[in-house]
Write a protein that binds this ligand. Structure first.
Ligand code: PHE
Length: 496
């Protein structure tokens, strides 16, 4: 608020007994709202002024009134459009937009007549000269110089040439604590003020209980974290235990070899996988198990032919950024098979980051998150996998699923998972799944009658759908709008 304006108002009141805020606005050449604002801050300082509400009625030209003021009244226009020899009434009606009203007004004014002695009858001027008083009066009203009889004003209002406007304002007079300057109001009551007694002489600013207050500074969860929390909740409800996924760096052995992925597989190329230079190799592997993995890749076993190639430890030693969380699942299954208590049925899940050397686009980044579920038990079948997937997706609020045969080196059979998205009104691929191969489980020491079913999906895709984000770069990376993170709602799946 203008600090000077408050003082100018007070100074004006010093030499004038009372003033209407509307007149002050004219006097200072300011918007009335500015005066009201200044008045509010004067009032916050105490009883400096008395402000009595009042209302003032003013008269303004309507849009039609404004056009009459410029072009003349409808009756004058009609009069002007009549030629010397007269004009047929039907033709006259075409000459101006308000000719009908103008015609009847001009008739009652006695300015024109209808000559019925000819056929068709002609409208003719009756007088040589007219005075367009409507136009003149409206000009005077617009200039604020009119002093018109009430019935004339009422007539113009009825003709919708004028409208009445009520403006609310205040009549200001000096208050009990009138002064021409404002003392600074105290906003804090301090210990010193209390101890010295100074508080008695000070003016305190009144509390504004309507103020919103400063928003407390707090952290905000990213949408991915919110959706992750929901997924975690669903897994926990289904009795799954979380796997430790804190190692982004993994050896090729656990990421590929343990999963029966041959060493020539294209995914093991530097174009698809980020390999690590320092340290470039891992050295600690369970030796017996490593030998069995080498054997099953090179010559088969457990009822398999293997791939029949020369398996090399050097390739398995290469360190990389894990390309899928299935690397963690492999470690967990090995641990399960070799626990001191022996194998026991288990349900595991993980939700964490994976890395792929991919071309970046609107839906792909080189790092993203996978959601993975694994169930190991005696005699599990593809039917168990399908049933578990229905249950898992039902908890996400998705009930329509379709499966498509697929290929993974580590599962047989393998299925891509599609779900019907009612919002997008189409089937979209949401994940991948399968039954782990015996070539993977048996070398680990998992009992022969045990099957392991598993599935994986990305965390980014459901998050983008849930939060309506079209470009992944609007969700992850340097272009993220922090407002989106701050204002994003919590994630709620339609839990069944
Ligand atoms: N690891 C697979 C992927 O990267 C997903 C998957 C997990 C498939 C478990 C089958 C079983 O897409």
């Amino acid at each position: 608020m203008h600090p000077e304006l408050t003082e100018r108002i007070l100074q004006y009141l010093e030499s004038n007994d009372s003033v209407d805020t509307l007149d002050l606005a004219t006097h200072f050449g300011l918007d009335h709202q500015k005066i009201i604002g200044a008045l509010k801050s004067i009032q916050a300082h105490g009883d400096l002024v008395v402000a009595e509400p009042t209302a003032r009625k003013t008269i303004e030209l309507t849009d039609e009134g404004k056009s009459v003021k410029e072009q003349g009244s409808h009756e004058a226009v009609v009069y002007a459009n009549i030629p010397e020899q007269g004009i047929a009434q039907a033709s006259l009606m075409q000459t101006s937009p308000n000719a009908k009203v103008g015609f009847s007004k001009a008739m009652s004014q006695g300015w024109i007549l209808v000559d019925k002695s000819v056929n068709p009858p002609l409208v003719k001027r009756k007088v040589d000269k007219i005075v367009d008083s409507v136009k003149e009066n409206l000009i005077a009203i617009a200039d604020g110089k009119a002093d018109l009889a009430a019935n004339v004003l009422a007539d113009y209002k009825k003709r919708k040439l004028l409208q009445e406007i009520t403006t609310k304002s205040f009549i200001l007079t000096k208050g009990l604590e009138f002064a021409t300057t404002l003392t600074k109001l105290e906003t804090d009551l301090t210990v010193d003020m209390l101890a010295s007694g100074l508080w008695k002489d000070l003016n305190f600013k009144a509390y504004n209980f309507d103020a919103l207050g400063a928003a407390p500074v707090r952290g905000h969860l990213h949408p991915l974290l919110k959706v992750r929390t929901e997924f975690r909740q669903i897994f926990l409800e289904m009795g799954f235990a979380e796997m430790p996924t804190n190692n982004y760096v993994e050896s090729s052995f656990w990421n590929f070899d343990a999963l029966f992925q041959p060493q020539q597989h294209p995914a093991r190329d530097a174009h698809d996988t980020f390999f690590i230079n320092y340290p470039s190799k891992s050295y600690k592997f369970p030796q017996d198990y490593l030998q069995r993995v080498k054997e099953v890749h090179s010559h088969g076993g457990y009822g398999s032919q293997g791939y029949g190639y020369d398996w090399k430890i050097e390739e398995a030693q290469k360190n990389l950024l894990r390309t899928h969380t299935t690397a963690v699942s492999a470690r967990m299954l090995y641990k399960l098979a070799n626990s001191p208590e022996g194998f026991r049925p288990a349900k595991y899940f993980s939700i964490d980051k994976v890395f792929r050397n991919e071309t970046l686009d609107a839906t792909h980044l080189a790092e993203f998150h996978q959601v993975e579920g694994v169930v190991a038990d005696v005699g599990l079948t593809l039917g168990d996998l399908i049933g578990t997937l229905y249950e898992f997706f039902r908890k996400l609020g998705i009930t329509q699923l379709e499966f498509k045969p697929a290929y993974n080196p580590y599962t047989e059979p393998s299925m891509e998972i599609f779900c019907f998205h009612p919002g997008l009104s189409k089937w979209i691929e949401v994940g991948n799944s399968g039954v782990f191969r015996p070539e993977l489980l048996l070398p680990m020491g998992i009992p022969e009658n045990v099957n392991v079913i598993a599935w994986g999906l990305s965390l980014e895709r459901p998050t983008m759908i849930k939060y309506g984000i079209n470009n992944i770069r609007d969700m992850v990376g340097p272009k993220v709008d922090l407002k989106m993170v701050e204002e994003g709602p919590i994630c709620r799946m339609d839990h069944a």
